[in-house]
Design a protein around this ligand. Sequence first.
Ligand SMILES: [Zn+2]
Length: 299
Amino acid sequence: MKKSIVFFLSLVLMMSCGTSKQKKVKYNSENEAKQTEENKTKDEYIKKAELSKYTISTNHFPAVGQNERVRFLILHYTAIDYPLSVKVLTQKEVSAHYLIPNAENDSIDLLVAEDKRAWHAGVSKWGKFENLNDTSIGIEIVNKGYEKVGNSNTYFDYTPTQIKKVAQLCKDIIERYKIEPTYVLGHSDVAPQRKLDPGPKFPWKKLYDEYEIGAWYEVQDFYLFYNSIMNNSTDLGNIEEIQKQFKKYGYDIEVNGENNEAFKKIVTVFQHHFRPEKYDGIVDAETYAILLALNKKYK
Ligand SMILES: [Zn+2]
């Protein structure tokens, strides 16, 4: 009771005696205190120099002229089991930001902080970008890759739990860094002469259909191009033009008109990604129509 009387009296006092200037000063200092508190919290999240003699001011932060360093999201399989994957990706000169185990649990391992460069892509290229470790987030998925059966590779399935984890993680990363659909790629897309991961069992279509992750072509575009190719028998013989289309989409390809091993490797990894039912490295009407449909939609 006493307290409220005192409060009431001081309120009356403030209202009657306090000049507007005093009120303003009080308001400002409260506001300033609040702002300093906000800055403190904001500053804690900003990576910046801490100097003994000088303060780093964030009064003019953030400048408009900036963007995210991360532009790509690159998917891999580890080709080894989980314990070995952890060992290799944490103790050797390769790493990834995230590792998806193959156990039926709710866990995903963070191995490298997202603002650091992980060493997962190696010599790599997509469009005008090279050495994609600089500009990407890498996700490794524990999967044994493939085994050689005769002349062909038989690839191992990913578990449904792994795919659900990958989907949620990719979605989160893509949204935070605003990664373009055609910049969500497999290791093999960005290093087709050296790599085959994440392989044809990686469900790109499912991720696109169910989670809007990555790029996929429109079916109606596909049929338009497919029919046109079927009606023009010379289209599939024009290797130079086909190579130009691969280059247009982003693949690191030499446009030389030669149907050689290097070209076959690019066709194979493209088929892994977009036509995993058949990946023989031969450009047929279906493969070419998919490529043209993708370029129509995205390039
Ligand atoms: Zn890889």
